[in-house]
Ligand binder design. Structure first.
Ligand SMILES: Nc1ncnc2c1ncn2[C@@H]1O[C@H](COP(=O)(O)OP(=O)(O)OP(=O)(O)O)[C@@H](O)[C@H]1O
Length: 260
């Protein structure tokens, strides 16, 4: 991949649900190591856009390229295997498994071991499992959860469960993590911790795309902001550019949830 080619290219994505066009002709690029935020008033199409990029929803038209490869029409597991992971608004933690086991489920998207081989527990399978375990512990250390590695994940406070999801995404070998409202439900200290972790992971080479209503977070960490309104991209730019954009201010007028 060329140094300046986008990691992800979203081209003319459109999604219609019957008569409702939730996303219309949206185009933008994400470059490696960038933090990109998608913002917009309620119902603007942010989640639908995420769902199309990760193939949870088929698009009506448009294309998605990842590392110059056309990934339009691939299945969600194929996209995950290529290195794109997402988190959801509702946490997707396996509450009865331990914290470290949860992280290892991320690593399993990349393991070579098939069901048959793992049933026989050959030395190569064991080696792979040990590697995944050590990698999982490393990821837990990165997000400050190492001391809870052997606790049941369901017993972690909400903010730590969110960090656990991010550790799991990182353990999957992802290069691009999509976060759907990562700050939702976090208290100010937890938000601050998450911001620090995202920024550190970025300096280590991770790329992020996130949907967020918390404008303070968006303005403080995003390199690039894509603004949707009624499914259309109405603006794109740096936090400063977006902050001063009249179309963006107009779109948010009357939206009580967001103070821009
Ligand atoms: N499965 C669906 N069937 C019909 N309409 C849908 C469906 N999913 C979303 N929509 C509509 O598409 C539009 C965009 O919804 P979407 O959830 O993507 O917006 P959003 O920006 O993520 O909103 P929020 O900030 O409230 O989460 C809305 O008008 C919504 O009602």
């Amino acid at each position: 991949m060329e140094a300046h080619s986008p990691l992800l290219r979203v081209s003319n994505l459109t999604k219609s649900f019957g008569g409702v066009t939730a996303v219309h002709d949206v185009t933008f690029d994400i470059y490696p190591g960038q933090i990109t935020a998608v913002i917009g008033p309620n119902g603007a199409g942010k989640t639908t856009l995420f769902n199309m990029i990760t193939a949870i929803l088929p698009m009506t038209s448009g294309q998605v390229h990842y590392r110059n490869m056309n990934i339009t029409g691939l299945k969600p597991y194929q996209i995950a295997k290529l290195g794109i992971t997402r988190t959801f608004q509702n946490l997707q933690i396996f509450g009865n498994m331990t914290v470290v086991e949860n992280v290892m489920t991320g690593a399993h998207t990349q393991l070579k071991t098939g069901i048959l081989r793992s049933a026989f527990r050959s030395p190569s399978v064991i080696r792979e499992e040990v590697k995944a375990y050590e990698e999982a512990l490393g990821q837990l250390e990165n997000v400050g959860l190492l001391e809870f590695a052997h606790d049941e994940a369901g017993t972690l406070p909400y903010g730590n469960q969110r960090l656990l999801e991010i550790a799991r995404a990182a353990a999957s070998g992802s290069k691009l993590i999509l976060l759907d409202e990562p700050m939702a439900g976090l208290n100010p200290q937890e938000s601050k911790k998450l911001v620090t972790i995202i920024e550190r992971m970025r300096t280590e080479g991770m790329t992020f795309l996130f949907v967020e209503h918390d404008m303070e977070t968006v303005m403080s960490i995003a390199d690039n902001i894509v603004v949707l309104d009624f499914g259309e991209k109405i603006a794109e730019g740096t936090p400063q550019e977006i902050y001063n954009n009249p179309a963006v201010i107009a779109a948010y007028l009357g939206d009580e949830e967001i103070v821009i």
